[in-house]
Design a binder for this molecule. Sequence first.
Ligand code: ADP
Length: 159
Amino acid sequence: MKEQIAVFPGSFDPVTSGHVEIIKRAAPLFGKIIVAIGANSQKKILFPLDTRLNWLREIFTDSPNIIIDSYEGLTINFCKIKEANFILRGLRNTADFEYEKTIALNNRSIARNIETILMMASPEYAFIHSTIVRELIQHGADVKHLVPACVIQYLNKKP
Ligand code: ADP
């Protein structure tokens, strides 16, 4: 049987404990998960792409079926290049659901063989948003309960 490959796309600016939890829960369901940073030029990014890639590599260093990558352009085209048949996304609330539904239906209209899989966030992580975490970091708040240790180490080292 063909290996089931999922792409988990996002900005991961920064990666949060919510992202990590979804990826860990999804890992046993697929042969391989490609955690892929979309280098989307329209988004205002706080952390450089290399830094975001390094965080993800460090977090999943002991998980051979979790691959870290980045891409430009459409997620669906990246999936085709990687022969991935699933797009994995996390759901925190109904706002996420409405947003993801529109994207999933658009993707399905152009690539019927790629299924979007939506996973509910665990309640203890459902309030974590990268956007808010960025704002907290920019104002010097302690975010160690929101992000993995490698992000905190990076922030502590920054002049
Ligand atoms: P985007 O840049 O498209 O908003 P993110 O990089 O923030 O995406 O997140 C990537 C994926 O992770 C999205 O599917 C998003 O819904 C999911 N996600 C983000 N935060 C959480 C969380 N706290 N719990 C579960 N899923 C999350």
